[in-house]
Write a protein that binds this ligand. Structure first.
Ligand code: NAP
Length: 286
């Protein structure tokens, strides 16, 4: 089984990205800028934000980190976003989710200027994606496509199943596979006989958010399996470790290729965030 290594793909793309960022700086006189807003002190979110800021700087982009108190009101956060929307040094705005319960996530997403939305999650950017006029693609599905491209896995004409239909992963994933001319089926929690669906596919992207719930029996011989799931179990054999939606250890000798967790889709998400930020910066500045 071929191990689809997201760290390796991200590294390969980083080399090119550093060069592109340097060219952008020379042409415009300023670096691409990413603002990252964290509300509260969720430990996992703090790690994600720290990694994003660190990656930005390592690549030659500028980061603006804002740590707002957990009791920040929705109005105050919206005001903050409005200031960033007008800041000429900021080309991308990322509000780390989840947000505290007093803040409505939809309202916050809607407040981000679509031209500065490197996650591609505002309704305008999702609409452009569905309409075939993509500005940016959401980072995790874009990262999956980059892995398939890097390993030269053919997508056109293939049967692909996406397990999950969230706006962040499942639906845009299906759209990107469709754009690449796969024949796509989307499965979800009401799908009857899920494994009959997944077994019929040459490419299966699993993004159900259910710890280790699919194994060998769910996949056709020689399928390509992409595991988007990310879990840190608090009990059981995987306690304290990171695992995905798929029982990876069952796949060897059966499927053709699969992404591990960790080290598969995860590193690609942050890479695509950086690529999207540069892309938006170019659209805004040139
Ligand atoms: P989500 O919003 O909870 O969506 C999960 C989707 O899976 C839903 O559409 C749900 O169906 C479907 N589902 C749940 N149980 C199912 C089952 N038994 N059979 C078939 N479908 C089922 O989750 P998400 O935000 O899309 O994220 C999915 C996973 O990806 C999570 O583990 C998350 O941590 C991970 N993730 C990883 C990255 C990364 O960078 N690696 C980035 C984002 C997310 P219904 O719509 O019917 O409820």
């Amino acid at each position: 089984m071929l191990r689809l290594d997201g760290n390796l793909v991200a590294k390969a793309r980083q080399t090119r990205l550093i060069q592109e960022i340097s060219t952008f700086r020379t042409q415009t006189g300023k670096p691409p800028g990413l603002a990252v807003v964290l509300v509260g002190q969720d430990p996992a979110s703090q790690i994600y934000v720290r990694n994003k800021v660190k990656t930005c700087e390592a690549l030659g982009m500028r980061s603006f980190r804002f740590d707002l108190p957990a009791e920040t009101s929705e109005a105050a956060l919206l005001e903050h976003i409005s200031v960033l929307n007008h800041d000429p040094h900021v080309h991308g705005i990322l509000v780390q989710l989840p947000l505290p319960s007093q803040i409505n996530e939809d309202n916050v997403l809607a407040a981000i200027a679509p031209a500065k939305d490197p996650d591609g999650l505002t309704y305008e950017n999702l609409g452009l994606l569905w309409g075939g006029r993509r500005r940016v693609a959401p980072c995790t599905p874009a990262g999956v496509m980059a892995i398939l491209e890097h390993y030269q896995i053919p997508v056109a004409g293939r049967r692909a199943v996406v397990v999950g239909r969230s706006n962040i992963v499942g639906k845009p994933m299906a759209q990107l596979l469709l754009d690449a001319n796969a024949t796509v089926t989307i499965c979800h929690s009401k799908t009857v006989d899920l494994e009959a669906q997944t077994r019929g596919a040459e490419i299966v992207v699993v993004a159900a958010g259910r710890e280790r719930f699919l194994g060998k029996s769910a996949f056709a011989k020689d399928a390509v399996v992409i595991d988007v799931g990310m879990h840190r179990p608090s009990a059981g054999a995987f306690q304290g470790k990171v695992c995905g939606d798929v029982r990876w250890e069952e796949l060897d000798g059966w499927v053709r290729a699969a992404t591990p967790v960790p080290g598969g889709v995860g590193p690609m998400t942050i890479q695509m965030l950086m690529e999207n930020t540069l892309h938006l910066a170019r659209l805004l500045e040139t």
